[in-house]
Write a protein that binds this ligand. Structure first.
Ligand SMILES: Cc1cc2nc3c(=O)[nH]c(=O)nc-3n(C[C@H](O)[C@H](O)[C@H](O)COP(=O)(O)OP(=O)(O)OC[C@H]3O[C@@H](n4cnc5c(N)ncnc54)[C@H](O)[C@@H]3O)c2cc1C
Length: 396
């Protein structure tokens, strides 16, 4: 490589989570020359901290109205299942489908509301009543008096999903260290290029028809560096619970309570040592949970389980917590925006999928506004390749 050279891509994507990797796979498949630059490990931040639920919006519709958020999400389970089957927009055939559905259960006070909602025409075909004899082990206790519904919203293993997406763009992905070996260049209101110092100390100036900022919480500092005051980012911290016990049965569920948010959302994972664990989010992990110390949060979790599932003995289980944060565009209400967020400014897209589930929707938005130029060659850089991040249950 000469001391200074120029390379041009159709699209340069900054980030290394589900948003960047899914989009890169889709654009590459469409014939674009893509380049993914991440400053941290792949999946680090939100994607590997996610519960992996591919929402179809039913959870949000329980209040009786299929709102904007639930309609955007309705197509996502099919998109993901196609990808997991190896016949979708991206190839996730090597990713693990943890469960093809979730169980929706409720507090006794809302049983009748739930039964009438799930019997309604609006949701028919996307959920079904589970017969008592088919109750999963967690609910197979006479003390559970409610009704169980199966909702067709799959749960994907975030770890193998990120690996499968990364596999599709291995040769197009590099690790950068901003202000050390890489620097954004601007011209007027646009990103004009990225100057990279290669491992052999040569310089590459990278230009592209389009840039995508898909760095999760990293978009905030990137927007600051660009001196763009809009869109603004909001961070929503979470304080999740991890319950580990070798004998735990599968528990992929959403509990419906009296409020607009489920008090508890559970998924089941296996840690590096092969131990089963329940990963718990929902309202318990939100504001009040965030304000609690780890010890207080564990206590609150134990009390919640005693209240919601008094029949299930967790006395032998080990309890942990982990903190994570969602990065999203700032909305007037502070609520989540309905779909994947993607705003175009000049040659740059600023993107937050807002949900793992909406990564396909984000990639479609970017694909429809970019195109392949047959004269553009693949990018070849001499930079380090990124490592993979670690899910919260495997962190030391
Ligand atoms: C606890 C928790 C549970 C969740 N559960 C679900 C769920 O069950 N279902 C669902 O649909 N959604 C869920 N979500 C939301 C979902 O995880 C996120 O919407 C999604 O993962 C965001 O992906 P992303 O690629 O935009 O960001 P991230 O996953 O945060 O990835 C950001 C990437 O960019 C890199 N990066 C950071 N800064 C820079 C920079 N300056 N330059 C270059 N690269 C940078 C990082 O290293 C990382 O690789 C959950 C989120 C949390 C926190």
């Amino acid at each position: 490589m000469s001391n200074s050279q120029q390379q041009h891509a159709d699209t340069i994507i900054i980030g290394g989570g589900v948003a960047a990797l899914w989009t890169a796979n889709v654009l590459k498949k469409a014939g674009q020359s893509v380049c993914v630059l991440t400053s941290g490990p792949l999946g680090d931040g939100q994607s590997l901290a996610a519960q992996g639920v591919i929402h179809g919006g039913l959870k949000y519709a329980v209040g009786g109205k299929l709102n904007e958020a639930s309609q955007e999400l309705a197509h996502m389970p099919t998109r993901w299942l196609d990808a997991l089957d190896g016949r979708g927009a991206v190839d996730l055939s090597k990713a693990e489908l943890l469960c093809d559905h979730q169980i929706l259960w409720s507090l006794p006070s809302v049983v009748s509301q739930i039964v009438s909602f799930f019997g309604s025409k609006a949701v028919r075909g996307r959920c079904s009543i589970i017969k008592r004899e088919d109750y999963p082990a967690v609910f197979n206790f006479p003390e559970y008096k409610g009704q169980l519904f199966r909702i067709d919203e799959p749960v994907v293993d975030p770890v193998s999903m990120i690996r499968a997406l990364a596999d599709g763009v291995t040769n197009e992905t590099w690790q950068v260290e901003w202000d050390k070996n890489s620097r954004l260049e601007f011209e007027g209101n646009q990103i004009s290029g990225i100057v990279l110092t290669n491992l052999d100390h040569s310089i590459t100036r990278l230009t592209a028809n389009h840039f995508v900022l898909a760095a999760g919480a990293g978009n905030g500092p990137l927007l600051e560096a660009l001196r763009w005051s809009k869109p603004q980012m909001q961070i929503r911290p979470l304080h999740q619970l991890i319950i580990r016990d070798d004998n735990l049965p599968d528990f992929y569920s959403v509990c419906v309570g009296n409020g607009s948010k489920p008090p508890l959302v559970s998924t089941t994972h296996t840690d590096r040592a092969g131990r089963k664990l329940w990963y718990i989010g929902g309202e318990i992990a939100e504001q009040r949970g965030v304000a609690r110390s780890a010890t207080e949060q564990i206590q609150a979790g134990k009390s919640l389980f005693k209240k919601l599932m008094p029949w299930y003995d967790l006395s032998e289980a080990e309890w942990f917590t982990c903190r994570a944060q969602r990065a999203e565009p700032l909305t007037n209400t502070g609520d989540r925006p309905p779909g994947a967020f993607c705003e175009k400014r000049g040659n740059t897209f600023i993107a937050w999928p807002t949900k793992l589930a909406l990564a396909p929707n984000l990639a479609e938005q970017i694909l429809s506004q970019t195109s392949a130029d047959s004269t553009v060659n693949p990018i070849d850089l001499s930079l380090p390749r990124p490592k993979f991040g670690t899910p919260p249950w495997d962190l030391p």
